[in-house]
Design a protein around this ligand. Structure first.
Ligand code: C5P
Length: 205
């Protein structure tokens, strides 16, 4: 069984995908981490995504980098959304994601283009959303818990900028696949969101 979970930043898709993987005993891939790894490599090599696009697309990274806590910062998230708009960067990461989706026994993948590009034949597709304000509240709370002094307005502006970039790019934009089930987590707890996700997947497979 292949489960595709897509949605914007801080919608809850990662938490839901992890919980679904546990529930169904499937391996899970957070595809955002791959784009974040390219972004971190670009930052460390001091490349300019606007002027050195080919070098950015050729950026290779070691799998060990996927466990680096530096990948999780908002700054790397923003840079990931810039580098991920590059068609060659997407092409370089495509086969790896498709292979993960097609492994024996199935898999859960979360990202922006899983249901539309990586696994259009997935058995169950979820599109997870929440209002920008609520996503910004969640992210702001998380950042405050980690001692970051960033303001709510800045977090909201960053989320809106990332939404616009991810939805507006021409290659594999963030879209809800026509056969995906919509899960709005705006007013749901994590537990309730996961319960609803399991019910939606059960109804579709
Ligand atoms: O999901 P996460 O916030 O970690 O993703 C970081 C960035 O990577 C996103 O803003 C998006 O631009 C990009 N991404 C993508 N396609 C995916 C997953 C992530 O373009 N499948």
């Amino acid at each position: 069984m292949i489960i595709a979970v897509d949605g914007p930043a801080a919608s809850g898709k990662g938490t839901i995908a992890k919980a679904l993987a546990r529930h169904y005993g499937l391996p899970h891939l957070d595809t955002g981490l791959l784009y974040r790894a390219v972004a971190l490599t670009v930052r460390r090599l001091d490349l300019d995504p606007a002027r050195e696009a080919d070098a950015v697309a050729a950026c290779d990274f070691d799998d060990a980098l996927l466990a680096d806590p530096a990948l999780r910062s908002d700054e790397i998230g923003q840079l990931a959304s810039i580098v991920s708009a590059h068609p060659l960067v997407r092409a370089a990461l495509l086969q790896r994601q498709k292979r993960f989706a097609r492994q024996d026994g199935g898999a859960v993948l979360d990202g922006r283009d899983i249901g539309s590009v990586i696994a259009p034949d997935a058995d169950a597709k979820l599109f997870v959303k929440a209002t920008p304000q609520i996503r910004a509240q969640r992210r702001h709370k998380e950042l405050q818990a980690h001692g970051s002094p960033v303001s709510f307005d800045k977090v909201l502006a960053d989320i809106r900028a990332r939404d616009a970039r991810d939805s507006g790019r021409s290659t594999a934009p963030l879209v809800m696949a026509p056969d995906a089930a919509l899960l709005d987590t705006s007013f749901l707890s994590i537990e309730a969101s996961v319960q609803k996700a399991v019910a939606l997947v059960d109804a579709r497979r």
